[in-house]
Design a protein around this ligand. Structure first.
Ligand code: C6P
Length: 410
């Protein structure tokens, strides 16, 4: 085990000391949303206690203070992912809205009938349906890259599609929320560029666990991620885009703050990033997101990643010893802290309900990835997902309870 003081870290998360159903909470549903440290909770409360005023709209002291905090948070996010400029950071409600923004602005302006829009079999609905819908609207072809039997992406299939030279955009996840598969983003992006396609990366899962995001991802054009999966508040997320690509895109929504000048018959748009932020933004949560990033960086993203890999290895080695359990995910090393499994005999919802009675929170269902479920030939899986405040003891308890569940349902 690395030099990682998990017991000390856990004290930063008030919710981790509560009981559920009379049992100590074991929270293993981190891929759905992470828990929140006090530093973030207090930063959010401070906004409303001390500096609440609408941003970009007042000359008075409070408005300037809140605008300053809002824009400072944008700078923190830019630094966290290694963006060239904070102008490339657009606040959205989350990953879903960030992807919809690109599909409806860039997509509507650039996709024509006969073009290829390419996604993969392991996409979350948020990175599948907006593209499928855009393709329908424009008469474009919607293509899905399949997986290898080991749950990795079939790069030969991808290249065979890209080679046709018709792909306008390749949208794929950096890490699957079901399989945990970590895709080789840099390699895939380079391949897409070779054939002239733009690249959108869904970072909803990966950014929460990656130390040097844009450097690792190479030549991509867009990145979408959500604060709530990385110790931040719900309802806030980011679209990062290359400046020249964003500049060429039409606005998303229309209203306050995104305009420069409104004439009776014409309107001009504000500079980046505000061109894409119509209306009063969610400055409270944006500021709190900055505090969450400060917290993560204090712990160290590299340490977080390494520790999670230890937890995953421990869990995987233990779970495969249980009778009838099938793990759906690639070999260790190619997998993030997400462990999906099925039982040969027990329905995922029964298992999750049994565990819930023991205070253990895991997810059961299709994980918003029905195209993947269909291909895997299952209607649902169980999924345990880890973050840096989980412990080996919690995992041991979970595995033991899972063993009991399997026995009980026999
Ligand atoms: N996955 C899960 O339990 P939002 O809801 O916009 O913050 O994120 C959507 C999303 C997009 N892509 C991936 C890879 C995701 O994992 C998610 C969210 C959660 O797996 C909720 S369904």
């Amino acid at each position: 085990m690395s030099e990682f003081n998990v017991e000390k870290i856990r004290q930063d998360f008030p919710i981790l000391s509560r009981e559920v159903r009379g049992k100590k909470l074991i929270y293993l549903d981190n891929a759905a949303t992470s828990q929140k440290p006090l530093a973030m909770i207090e930063a959010q409360a401070r906004v409303y206690k001390e500096l609440n005023a609408n941003v970009h709209r007042g000359v008075h002291f409070l408005s300037q203070e809140s605008t300053d905090a809002y824009e400072k948070s944008r700078v923190k996010i830019a630094k966290f992912i290694g963006a060239k400029s904070e102008q490339e950071i657009i606040f959205t409600r989350g990953t879903t809205e960030a992807i919809n923004l690109v599909a409806s602005t860039w997509g509507k302006a650039n996709i024509k009938a006969g073009d290829d829009i390419v996604v993969t079999r392991m996409e979350h609905h948020s990175n599948f349906v907006p593209w499928q819908s855009l393709a329908k609207e424009k008469g474009a072809n919607f293509k899905i890259i399949e997986l290898n039997p080991d749950f990795t992406l079939d790069l030969n299939h991808l290249e065979s599609v890209l080679k046709l030279g018709k792909t306008k955009i390749l949208a794929f996840t950096a890490m699957s929320n079901v399989l945990g598969t970590i895709n080789p983003v840099k390699e895939i992006a380079a391949m897409a560029k070779k054939y002239g396609a733009l690249v959108l990366v869904d970072g909803a899962q990966a950014v929460a666990h990656t130390a040097t995001v844009l450097k690792d991802f190479g030549d991509i054009d867009f990145l979408a991620f959500s604060a709530h999966k990385m110790c931040g508040p719900t309802g806030i997320g980011v679209l990062w885009g290359k400046k020249d690509v964003l500049l060429a895109m039409p606005p998303y929504q229309f209203g306050g703050d995104m305009i420069l000048q409104v004439g009776d018959s014409d309107t001009s748009w504000n500079e980046l990033p505000w061109k894409f932020e119509a209306g009063t933004p969610n400055y409270g949560d944006s500021i709190a997101f900055g505090a969450a990033l400060d917290y993560l960086q204090k712990i160290g993203m590299k340490q977080i990643h390494e520790y999670e890999q230890e937890l995953l290895k421990y869990a995987r080695e233990a779970i495969v010893k249980l009778p009838g359990i099938r793990v759906l995910g690639p070999e260790p090393g190619l997998q993030g802290g997400v462990l999906s499994f099925t039982s040969a005999t027990v329905h995922p919802h029964d298992l999750a309900t049994f565990l819930d009675v023991q205070g253990i929170a895991i997810r059961a269902g299709h994980h918003c990835a029905q195209p993947l479920m269909r291909k895997l030939g299952v209607i649902a899986t169980n999924r345990a997902s880890f973050y840096f405040y989980n412990t080996k003891q919690e995992i041991a308890f979970f595995i033991n309870a899972l063993g009991n569940a399997l026995e009980y349902f026999q």
